[in-house]
Design a protein around this ligand. Structure first.
Ligand code: ATP
Length: 301
């Protein structure tokens, strides 16, 4: 597998506190890598270390082919949004992007108009950013990050200030960048349902470590689906299952029974319950969500 970023044994201390404790990270080329974890896990710190905004105290980070980490050459291939989106607030959105494109040596007025349109800011382009809402600042920061058509995009909680429409548009934009330009994207977020839509790979951080790293597809494959049935008499349903030798099930308080033994399908259990006189209100196969997986993994750690 080809990787865009490989970090090994990364350590970062603030005073005596080890904020990153031997972090290993592997970001596959052309992936959308969702970095998730509770508050204080160290996600922003890790992204800052990858960006070389702060120095690491141990370990190493390979960016593209550069084993010394992020250098000048790599920075020209990267777009980022880390923490609060700062701008020259006396200038307009457009002027801020013009300055950034000159600074990056990527002057293309057409591209500036294009990114403003992509983040839905065309009509606000001539307003001073001092008058932007937080959501508008976040969208302008995303426009700035994608301006140079980066090969790698590093986004720290890029959607937390956006409304549902803004979140949907950004999701489509990130997917488009990934599919059309092969942009590798590392994105940290607390919105796990959003990560499920977006990410191809997941890294779970807890207490300054990456405790799990996997393609989302594998997470789904490993985490067994379950059959969820809603019936009128849960105790009777449990007895019926036991009589049939089904042991891997759980009675849930709110009228549901969860069956993890999937050697039979839903129609088998539907027939079994109905033939034994139960009222069956609903029966479905349900996939484990990323949120459930996250709590399971984070809970163990
Ligand atoms: N400049 C700093 N000086 C001292 N401690 C810091 C500094 N920056 C971060 N920390 C500490 O490092 C720890 C990890 O912070 P970090 O912001 O990386 O976590 P996070 O996972 O991004 O959290 P959140 O989800 O809340 O954004 C926290 O305990 C924080 O207080």
């Amino acid at each position: 597998m080809e990787y865009c970023i490989v970090g090994k044994n990364i350590e970062k201390l603030y005073g005596a506190k080890k904020v990153l404790n031997n972090v290993d990270i592997h970001v596959p080329m052309n992936s959308i890598y969702g970095l998730i974890g509770p508050n204080d896990a160290g996600k922003s710190t890790l992204l800052k270390c990858i960006m070389n905004l702060i120095h690491i105290d141990g370990g190493n980070i390979k960016v593209f082919d550069n084993t010394s980490g992020m250098g000048k050459h790599e920075l020209n291939r990267i777009g980022s949004l880390i923490e609060y989106p700062y701008f020259y607030d006396d200038l307009t959105g457009m002027e801020n992007l013009l300055i950034h494109s000159k600074y990056m040596g990527y002057y293309d007025k057409k591209r500036i108009d294009e990114v403003l349109d992509e983040v839905d800011l065309t009509k606000d382009a001539e307003k001073k950013t001092a008058n932007y809402s937080m959501g508008m600042r976040q969208r302008l920061a995303i426009a700035r990050a994608i301006l140079i058509k980066p090969e790698l995009l590093i986004l720290d909680e890029p959607i937390n200030a956006l409304d549902p429409d803004g979140i949907k548009k950004m999701r489509e934009l990130f997917k488009l960048l990934n599919e059309k330009w092969d942009t590798t994207i590392i994105i940290s977020s607390h919105i796990l349902s959003e990560m499920e839509y977006l990410a191809s790979d997941i890294g779970i951080m807890s207490n300054g470590k990456i405790i799990k790293e996997k393609p989302l597809k594998e997470i789904y494959k490993e985490n067994k689906d379950k059959i969820v049935a809603r019936v009128d008499d849960l105790s009777k349903a449990a007895i019926i299952l036991e009589e049939r030798g089904v042991q891997d099930f759980k009675v849930i308080d709110d009228g549901q029974i969860h069956i993890f033994d999937l050697t039979h399908d839903t129609s088998y259990f539907a027939e079994l319950f109905v033939q034994n006189g139960l009222k069956l209100y609903q029966i479905d196969i349900v996939k484990k969500t990323l949120e459930e997986y996250f709590f399971e993994v984070a809970g163990k750690n």
